[in-house]
Structures are given as C-alpha cells and as structure tokens.
Design a protein around this ligand. Sequence first.
Ligand code: DLL
Length: 449
Amino acid sequence: MICSQSHESWNDLPGGFHPASTPDYLPLPQLRDLQLRRLQATVRRAYDHVELFRTRMRERGITADDVRGLEDVARLPFMDKLDLRDTYPFGLFASPMSEIVRLHASSGTTGKPIVVAYTSEDLHVWASVMVRTFAACGLHRGDIVQNAYGYGLFTGGLGAHYGAEALGATVIPISGGNSARQIMVMKDFGVTAICSTPSYFLHLIEQAESMGMPLRDLPLRAGIFGAEPWTEAMRQRIEDAAGIKAYDIYGLSEIIGPGVASACCAQHGLHIFEDHFLPEIVDPVTGQVRPDGTAGELVLTTLSKRAMPIIRYRTHDITSIVTEPCPCGRTIRRIHRIGHRTDDMLIIRGVNVFPSQIEEALLAVEGTLPHYQIILTREKGLDQMEVQVEVTSEVFSDKIRSLENLQNALSHSIERTLNIRARVRLVEPQTIERSAGKAKRVIDKRELS
Ligand code: DLL
C-alpha cells in the first residue's frame, strides 16, 4: 500500500516531483547499488582532501580502494564531535572556500561551536531531502507553512525554509519566539502547517488558549516537529490538544541539519533518506555493529556531501532500525523514534535514568501538563531528584486532597517505570521556563552542592 492520496496529495507537488519517482521507493538492489557507488566516491573524496581522514585510514592500513561492498563501511574509522572541535573551524572541509556557499554552526552544550559547510550542490540535496520530508508528512503546494524553527546559525530555520519553498508551499519565515505574534499570524494567514520544536509548540497551544483562539478552531492540520527528544505520549497529547497530526523529523548539523529522517503517514518510525545517509547501529561502548532491530547508537555516513563529507559519525542518539517494511510503501528503512542520547543519561544513586522515561511516567497520569523539569541536587552525599510538573489551573485550585493524590500517583508512576524514588512537586501553569527552541529538561546542581 502507498500512502493514500488524501494524506500525501501528490498531484499538488511541484512540476516533475512525485515521491514515487524519488529514491524513497527504489527497489532495494538499485538502492544498495547507488549507496555503494556514493560511498566509494565519498571515501575517495575524504581521503584525497581531508587530512584527518587520510591519516586515520593510513593508520589502519587501508585506502579508498578497500571499500568494495557496503559492509566495508565497518572497516572505516569513526568520527565524532571532538573531531569537529579539534579541526575548528574549517579543518574538515573537502572543498576550497571558493566553492562553499553557506556555513552553519551548532553550539552544543559545552565549549567551542562546531562549524558545518555546504556547496551549492549540498544545498540542493538538503532542499530535496526536506521536500521529501514535507511530502512524507502530507504537505504540498498550497500549504501555508509557519516556520518557527530558529533562523540563523541553527540549521532548523533555513533547512525547513528552502525545503518548504522547493515543495511549492507558502513559507512564513517567522523564526522562534514572540508567541502572541505567532498565534496572530497563524490565525490571520490561515496557516495549515507549522515547523517547530515539540516543546515550543506546547507553549503555542497554551498561548492560543490564553488568547481565546484554541488551535483546534484554526485551519492548522500538521506539525513538523523535531530537534529534541519527545515521546509517543507527548505526540498524542499534542495531537489531541491542537487537533492536528504531529510528525517527527530528525537530523543533526554535522550530517546536514533537518532532513536526515522523517515520519510518514504511518507515523511509526522515521524513514532515513538512505540514498544520502548510510545508517549503522553500533554498540555504544565497543563500537561493534549491531544487526537491524537491535537498539544501539546511530552512526551515520554522508553519501553525497561535497563540502564536508562525514564518515561513520557517532551521533550518540539511541535507536534501532525497524525490520518490517512500512505500510506506506517506501523502501528506505526506518529508525524508531529517538528517545534519548547516550550523554543524556543521568546516574541517580547508581540508577541509569533518561529524561524521556520520566516524561513517559508523567504523561501516563491524567491531570498534568506536559511541562516538566528535573532538578538534581546532592544532599549529604546522596543524589536527590525532584521532578517539577505543571498541573492545569483547575487541578491547582482544587482541594489539597486531590493535589496530594495526584502527587502520589506521579511518584508511583515514576517509581514503577524507573525503580527509583523522586520527589514530585506540582507547580502552577507557566511556572517552568519556556524556550523558543530546544527545551531544557534537566538542571543538574549536584556539582554545586
Ligand atoms: O536539531 C537539526 C534539526 C532541526 C532536526 C529541526 C529536526 C528539526 P542539532 O542542533 O545539531 O540539529 O541537534 C542534533 O538533536 O543528534 C538529536 O540528539 C536531537 N534531535 C534532532 N531531532 C530529533 C528528534 C538539529 N526528532 C541533535 N528526536 C540530534 C529526538 C532529536 N532527538
């Protein structure tokens, strides 16, 4: 089965573009053949032009000619964020500066930013994978797209912008922030789709309510959400509250930006645009390749990037490759929703905890809003975790007794999920700081205590 026309309205896509004619639906032998040819060209390009890569290949006693099959990717050295930092700013470029037409940068959590570069061919590929992303999410010519990803050095804004334009949609380059204006524009311009982080969209849901214009009453029908982890429970809350379909899209600056993988009408996993990005799943500790279906760290190799080819990049994102074919008919493989990163893991009194597990435990209980923050402290040498959760104003003004019941239900839900006790504090709506971009879920004060 191919996604229904009503979902992916292919007749309304720009001239000559039809998803069925993109590599999304290539027969597998053809796709693997294309990947191999591109992998060989990428390795050769990196070997010839990037010193760090050439040195590492030589240390392993291999050359670009040793890539004879796709499985040979496992013989190549890994790259990670440190390599981008150590070669800051331009040390990994494989094209002369005269061919580089765009730079982006990502600050990450610590230290110097990392810089990424694009030739005009790279920008063309980026727009094309974003067109395929939007088409998979059911967008088409005639859609009015409010792009609330941040414009600037962050790849979200311009990445989504050029993709939506190339799709033939009408783009509103509003960027993040100024929530009252976002709602006004959404209503006045008849916006049908929005691009933002899921956490910023939650904030827009509330803002719309407070302005007496609930999003359910507006023409908005789709949200293209990504750039941070979010759970399936959060997706359902968003869909119910705003009366839209919420699609998960994934990407990272080092590889291209948004446009690495996207949900489709089946909303079960994200299709990787495998003709441009080769995925592997490895054991996060040993680096050994794991078979499809097994969870591990996603490693990505770019297959067509010219300015900055990236080989076997350790993303730190944990997922697995879906083994069943997708009902939408795409042949490119899917990854499961990315719930967390290896470096998100909190160790609390010796127990490993991921913020997404806390989100799941909280959203399993009725009466809470999906705004929460995890605060870690150390008291007398012992780690303490406090989870602050916003509750609806009705609940908050309710009797003390029902607040206590809710608090207990949340503590139990956390204990059931994680096997660890947390202090739960219910807070009034709007207490937890909102971000126009990626949400800050964890405040770790343990080093200070
Ligand atoms: O966040 C690119 C992007 C923009 C993706 C807009 C989607 C939409 P970075 O700032 O380099 O790039 O952050 C990349 O964000 O390694 C993941 O840990 C996380 N991430 C991105 N998308 C998702 C997602 C952009 N859908 C890092 N689910 C990645 C979970 C995500 N995590």
